[in-house]
Design a protein around this ligand. Structure first.
Ligand code: SF4
Length: 325
């Protein structure tokens, strides 16, 4: 495993603030990703995964979303200290993001090829000629499996899977060092999902890109990631290498619950075991361990004391009173 660190998020906290409400969306999160690695960020809807991704790129809604603590070091530089005008050198060029629904990333009235060309124009400070840009657009279309002749067509002329391929071509056209893919295949059917993920993995290898793959699907993580971080109610409650998460027996009760909700074709069971209860309201997080109202192993201490993050050896970290001390 490559250990050279590309991104290091330390003690990051994010709040959304309205006139009379404060929502703690991300609480004291630590995670790191090495060059050429893929990190799977897993958790249910509302866990804070997208907020964490948006804060890395400083794309939180202005005036509402605020980083209240921590650092986001990219290649050793804290992005939270970079002037807004200088963030253009990072966004799209060094760090790209793919969103869940390709229609939110594509302009419906501009041909898809022109949209990929725009990204290249914006991030190359006039260093590429028109011909070079066109050649690069064609190359990107070929890489994502779309015939370049289709670049003059509009988004509505493409299927969901093909639109997502265009978005991936846009995101990778400047060969970013880090790609953040936020549920990139959730809007697609299962067969297309597998095709798009395979294609992303191949491109990642070819271009040497690192990736944060945000998903609620542990099956996708097991097949695509070297590192895993499990997020719950704004906190990372377990993290480690994919091998540690998928082969070791010791896990946070929430991760055990996530595993229990994956179908296993080798075991005959009548039903899957869903995790009881709902994610807590981020405006009213429970005291102690945030998972305690849903935890089948809850002890008295869990209701009042926030657990420390403890090491279970190697890179495996767990935030739970069942371990350590
Ligand atoms: Fe369950 Fe307690 Fe561990 Fe929280 S700290 S996950 S409530 S056992």
């Amino acid at each position: 495993m490559n250990s050279e660190t590309l991104l290091n998020v330390k003690n990051l906290s994010v709040e959304y603030q309205t006139d009379d409400l404060t929502v703690k969306a991300v609480n004291n999160v630590n995670l790191s990703i090495g060059k050429k690695q893929t990190l799977g960020l897993v958790g249910e809807t509302g866990a804070g995964k997208t907020t964490l991704a948006l804060s890395i790129l400083r794309l939180l809604p202005k005036g509402i979303g605020n980083v209240t603590g921590g650092t986001v070091e990219f290649e050793g530089r804290n992005l939270l200290d970079v002037k807004e005008g200088d963030m253009l050198a990072y966004r799209g060029k060094q760090i790209s993001m793919i969103f869940q629904d390709p229609m939110t990333s594509l302009n419906p009235v501009i041909p898809v090829g022109k949209q990929v060309a725009e990204v290249l124009k914006l991030h190359n400070d006039g260093h590429m000629t028109k011909e070079q840009i066109e050649a690069r657009v064609d190359e990107m279309f070929r890489l994502v499996g779309i015939p370049p002749e289709r670049k003059s067509e509009y988004p509505h002329q493409f299927s969901g899977g093909m639109k997502q391929r265009v978005v991936i071509a846009m995101a990778l056209s400047c060969e970013p060092e880090l790609l953040i893919a936020d549920e990139p295949t959730t809007a697609l059917d299962v067969t297309i999902q597998a095709q798009v993920l395979n294609m992303m993995n191949e491109l990642k290898k070819k271009l040497g890109t690192s990736m944060i793959l945000i998903t609620h699907d542990l099956g996708i993580v097991s097949q695509n990631c070297e590192k895993v971080a499990v997020m719950y109610a704004g906190s990372i409650i377990e993290s480690g290498t994919a091998e540690e998460i998928f082969t070791k027996d010791e896990h946070h009760p929430y991760t055990v619950g996530l595993f229990g909700s994956i179908p296993d074709l080798n075991k005959v069971t009548d039903r899957l075991s869903p995790i009881d209860g709902l994610m807590p309201d981020p405006m009213d997080l429970p005291d102690g361990c945030v998972f305690h109202p849903r935890c089948p192993k809850c002890m008295e201490i869990c209701k009042t004391k926030v657990p420390e993050t403890v090491s279970l050896g190697g890179e495996h970290l767990v935030k739970c009173h069942l371990f350590g001390g």
